[in-house]
Write a protein that binds this ligand. Sequence first.
Ligand SMILES: [Zn+2]
Length: 266
Amino acid sequence: MERFNNKKILICLTLVIPFFFGGFISNETMMPAFRMKKIVLDAGHGGVDPGNIGSKAREKDINLAVTLLVGKYIKENMPDVQVIYTRDDDSFPTLKERPNIANVNKADLFVSIHSNSATNKSAFGTETFVMGTKYLDANFDIVKKENSVILLEENYEENYEGFDPTSPESYMMFNLMSKAHFENSVTLADQIESQFRDRVGRKSRGVKQGPFYVLWTPSMPSVLVELGFLSNTEEERFLMSQEGKEYMASAIYRSIKDYKDQIEAN
Ligand SMILES: [Zn+2]
């Protein structure tokens, strides 16, 4: 009798367990998978703000041309992704408006595109930043320069609540973004720098952290790309050429595509 009961329990368990776990599995597969649907592309500077200036090139023009090409490649090859530009002409959206466009549109990714400059004319290479305050001392010059754009805006004191881009103390208010957004930002930044290095043959200066205003407020993974140094004759020439712009834009496009495939597979 006892043996029969045990057998009965065993049979019941054998029948019930697959349903139990099967239930979990089917619930899981029913959850909508993440799809990257919207991306905001931000061409740095514009209008009254030329950004860095080389011997001939103006940063705002290089940034816009490369940004529009990235958008074109995405539209042509990733029809399920909507591209939103913070500017598609020589206008001057404020540093506050740029990430806000991404937040209002509930974008899945924010990519800001810039070109670098240094007093040392031999400096060259690409770098991609994610939001963070690690090694701020080392990167303070570039962070200060990019954030100082707000000084050109009207009423910046009111709009940025006393934030002074030139004072290191001001950066105490910059909190880190969520861990997931930070990790995804680093994943994309790594892809971009690898593409620049391996596919375009540029010198990659690596993935870095900086408290850039445009990376602080978007509530989605976000990166800031520095395409190269306009203060370096060779690099300025490369970035001014149509071929150079196309190479850099297709590298960023491929990185975004790989990033999308990677996070959607997870
Ligand atoms: Zn810039």
